[in-house]
Design a protein around this ligand. Structure first.
Ligand code: C2O
Ligand code: CU
Length: 497
């Protein structure tokens, strides 16, 4: 792990996480990138240095987004290309300098430029809160274990046929593809009778996974950086960009047990160690598990989300919201030629970052992004967003920057729940007919994107930008911390030729 003050070099390098070598785009030279870990209240200064050199990858510019961090009063550190900044050109650097005053839990970072994070630029971001009173309740022996789930493709993300089908599922950066070599799987070591807080992060560009550990139940205590009341499960469905923390007690006989992450569909099955890792008790032989027992009596999936309650209740606002917005989506027949639309428009990144346009005085949707998909919102209002459950091409995991939201109606549930609903930053809108409804309060001035976290869907337009309280945005003197920024006052230059 690296601390809150560090250089993060973005490089090209050949890796073979599933035994198939290819050039990837890497944070700190590794896959996943280094864990960044600090405490609530810390000032993080991550200097991202772009050393991409263009082998088979076509994309050489970059940004880094800190997924789930609210960036209150520091929107400019959100790392979203063409919304809060120009992409960082090769040979340049950008200092992400932000504090995390009021959040703790499991987050991650990833490129937010084109479909670059699918090529490897991603890692865990953990914020500890040593003073959290909840820690005395869950009382674990160890909080160091992180399990990352990812998808992997043998071609650069640009060239992966759409809709994408994974070549392999990776757990902690390794996996096996159909017909490939028996790559050693990730091992999570435990000691008998100890209690672990394990953090689970789905860093995939596409699939949801059903995660389980043979013969073990575990207790969920956090969803997307928000503590939840304890909820016991034996499996959970985790969509792209979602995170959970759970307590695992090593209370089974000393042995090896499969850790499973089954992709939602159309991908290699479990047999022969696909989609899996090993939970190994101290004293067990260094082998893969021989028994196969998989219970699914206590699942947590998106239609059970209302069972998960925030440990500290929030206020989604009872009764009517101040502003209600319904979103509708269309899916293109051919994902190469046409785009997704949101309420009739595809999101196409502007050539001047939205934040810069606001700083220069633009205010209306027409001024900001004339081709659509910008929604100015006034300050301190309760916004209720309704997304269609049956959106084509789904399920689509939707993420809102700058906020947690209350899921007052989750996929598959028939009623609204305004009593302490789950609060998180990414929710699946499912494939069924029922709408998903979320609420958030406009208490964080700045442009914040709402988008599908399937990266190819975002790339072809499944996004919009809320411009929250534009008159109240705190302006930051970027040049003071980033003296080498060339283009803050002009069009973003294009470096990809
Ligand atoms: Cu994981 Cu727009 O973010
Ligand atoms: Cu999508």
């Amino acid at each position: 792990a690296i601390g809150p003050v560090a250089d993060l070099r973005i490089v090209n390098g050949e890796i073979s996480p599933d035994g198939f070598p290819r050039v990837a785009t890497l944070a700190g030279g590794s896959f996943p990138g280094p864990v960044i870990r600090g405490n609530k209240g810390d000032n993080f200064q991550i200097n991202v240095i772009n050393e991409l050199v263009n082998h088979t990858d076509t994309v050489r510019s970059t940004t880094v987004h800190w997924h789930g961090i609210h960036q209150h009063g520091q929107n400019i550190m959100d790392g979203l290309a063409f919304v809060t900044q120009c992409p960082i050109a090769p040979g340049n650097s950008f200092l992400y300098n932000f504090t995390i005053p009021d959040q703790a839990g499991t987050f991650w970072y990833h490129s937010h430029y084109q479909v670059q994070y699918c090529d490897g630029l991603k890692g865990a971001l953990i914020v500890d809160d040593p003073e959290d009173p909840y820690r005395f309740w869950y009382d674990v022996d160890d909080e160091s274990t992180i399990i990352t789930l990812s998808d992997w493709y043998h071609e650069p993300a640009e060239l992966v046929p759409r809709p994408a089908v994974i070549d392999s599922a990776l757990i902690n950066g390794v996996g096996r593809y159909d017909g490939g070599p028996q790559v050693p799987l990730a091992v999570v070591n435990v000691e008998p009778w100890k209690r672990y807080r394990i953090r689970l992060i789905n860093m995939a560009c596409k699939p949801a996974y059903t995660f389980s550990i043979d013969k073990h139940v575990f207790t969920v205590i956090e969803a997307d950086g928000v503590n939840t009341d304890p909820y016991i499960v034996d499996s959970l469905q985790i969509f792209a960009a979602q995170r959970y923390s759970f307590i695992l007690e090593a209370n089974q006989p000393v042995d090896n047990y499969w850790i499973r992450a089954l992709p939602s569909r159309g991908d290699p099955s479990f047999e022969d160690g696909h989609n899996s890792a090993v939970l190994r008790y101290r004293g067990a032989p260094e082998e893969e598990p021989t028994n196969k027992t998989w219970n699914l009596n206590l699942p947590l999936n998106e239609s059970y989300l209302h069972s998960l309650e925030p440990h500290v209740p929030g206020s989604p606002g009872l009764g009517g919201a101040d502003i209600e917005l319904n979103l509708n989506f269309t899916k293109p027949d051919n994902e190469y030629v046409d785009n997704y639309t949101v309420n009739g428009h595809s999101y196409i990144p502007p050539s001047v970052p939205v934040l810069l346009q606001i700083m220069s005085g633009a205010r209306t949707a027409q001024q900001l992004l004339p081709m659509g998909n910008v929604y100015p919102l006034p300050r301190n209002k309760v916004i209720e967003l309704t997304l269609p459950g049956g959106a084509p091409g789904g399920p689509h995991p939707f993420h809102l920057h700058g906020h947690d939201f209350s899921v007052v109606r989750s996929a598959g549930s028939t009623a609204h729940n305004y009593y302490n609903p789950v609060r998180r930053d990414t929710v699946s809108i499912g494939e069924g007919g029922d709408n998903v409804t979320i609420r958030f309060t406009t208490d964080n001035p700045g442009p914040w994107m709402l988008h599908c976290h399937i990266d190819w869907h975002l790339y072809i337009g499944m996004a919009l930008v809320f411009v929250e309280a534009p008159d109240d945005i705190v302006s930051t003197d970027l040049n003071a911390t980033n003296p080498n920024l060339e283009s803050w006052t002009d069009l973003c230059p294009v470096y990809n030729s």
